[in-house]
Design a protein around this ligand. Structure first.
Ligand SMILES: Cc1ncc(COP(=O)(O)O)c(C=O)c1O
Length: 370
């Protein structure tokens, strides 16, 4: 039965060059990795690793239950208050992934009385949250303030939330946050900013919302992942305490999901503390991103992501294979993971890459894409 059902779908993907395959990586591979999201280069930092190991020894391997049962440890509480203090918000709430943080806040604030205004380039987790929220959803053209203003002004719903990313995950461009926050305020709406690619990277590490002086405003809320610059797993919502209390009571992905494991909390806390003590790390990301963009002759990135358009999915995969054979791993994004339908190489600048490795990567990638 499954063969008849799924084989034609697999064949259709294959014929368009869109089949995805898993490639388990060995622990000891010697590659320049520009595909992962370990932006600050902390996932193997001994201080982060030791913090995770110590947490396993102290707390065990799992969190034992959901947050409202026994899953909330002192580490969760510490992580929430340090994340909030660092990014300039009143309170934080940790979820077991960034995906679930987006599902949690959007479904808990959504419903028939809330209009969701979603930028067409937002991450799949926000798209899925909109689908689950039982709200009317307006998808607006990318970073188009006029369209956002129009749908906000014409709405019948008492509440509205504008959904954006601070640095977009695939194209690496930045949202016009100041203008968006002003527009949201004018229309009595909330602005929810996903800082998955901002935290640790923009605003000297504090993210784009803090850099734009919007952190702590009543109508500007933030979600983030701990799986990229924070070198761990998990996600968080940052905002006013009243929002945190609402989510604890209403966000189903918070209430019905086993809490983030203590080792992941400890690793994220350690990474956050390193980031605060080593401000050169975010600067280094931007230097490397600028070098990569120059080598590939594309627009400079607002964050760590350098996006290199390719003629098609097959060309993108072929160029990535050439890079891999030469010792550089790059990301390949193809439809449906690209918001504009254009296949591309996605390069991520990491703070821990040496100048020699960046030079080598630039030479290899610029030759592979030509
Ligand atoms: C913008 C954005 N939001 C949310 C997520 C999901 O975060 P997580 O991997 O922690 O579930 C990602 C990527 O993973 C992302 O790029």
């Amino acid at each position: 039965m499954l063969e008849d059902w799924l084989a034609p779908k697999a064949a259709a993907l294959e014929s368009r060059g869109l089949t995805r395959r898993l490639r388990p990586r060995p622990a000891d591979e010697v590659l320049i990795d520009l595909a992962g999201n370990d932006y600050l280069g902390l996932a193997r930092d001994p201080r982060v690793v030791e913090a995770a190991v110590a947490a396993v020894r102290e707390w065990g391997t799992g969190s034992t239950a959901s947050r409202l049962v026994t899953g909330t440890t002192e580490l969760h509480a510490e992580l929430e208050s340090e994340l909030a203090a660092y990014t300039g918000h009143e309170a934080g709430l940790v979820f077991s992934s960034g995906y679930l943080a987006n599902l949690g806040i959007i479904t808990a604030l959504g419903g028939p009385g809330t209009l969701l205004v979603s930028d067409e380039h937002v991450h799949a987790s926000i798209v899925d949250a909109c689908r689950l929220a039982r709200s009317r959803v307006e998808v607006v053209p990318h970073s188009d303030l006029d369209s956002i203003g129009k749908v906000l002004a014409e709405r019948k719903e008492p509440h509205a939330i504008v959904l954006v990313e601070s640095v977009y995950s695939v194209l690496g461009d930045a949202a016009p946050l100041e203008a968006l926050a002003a527009l949201a305020l004018k229309h009595n709406a909330l602005l929810l900013v996903d800082e998955a690619h901002g935290l640790g990277v923009t605003g000297n590490g504090r993210g784009s919302v803090a850099a734009a002086d919007l952190a702590g405003l009543d109508h500007v809320l933030v979600t983030m992942t701990l799986s990229k610059a924070m070198a761990s797993q998990g996600g968080a919502v940052l905002g006013p305490t009243i929002l945190r209390d609402h989510l604890i009571n209403r966000a189903r992905p918070f209430i019905f999901d086993t809490a983030l494991n203590p080792a992941a909390c400890a690793a994220a806390l350690a990474a956050l503390r390193i980031l605060q003590g080593e401000p050169a790390r975010p600067r280094r990301i931007h230097e490397t991103a600028a070098r990569l963009a120059e080598a590939c002759e594309v627009m400079p990135s607002s964050g760590a992501v350098v996006s290199v358009p390719m003629p098609g999915p097959r060309e993108a995969v072929a160029a990535a294979e050439v890079c891999l054979a030469a010792g550089v791993r790059v990301g390949v994004f193809r439809p449906p993971s690209v918001p504009d339908g254009i296949s591309r190489l996605r390069l991520t600048a990491r703070a821990d890459l040496s100048t020699a490795d960046v030079d080598r990567a630039c030479a290899i990638i610029s030759s592979a894409i030509r």
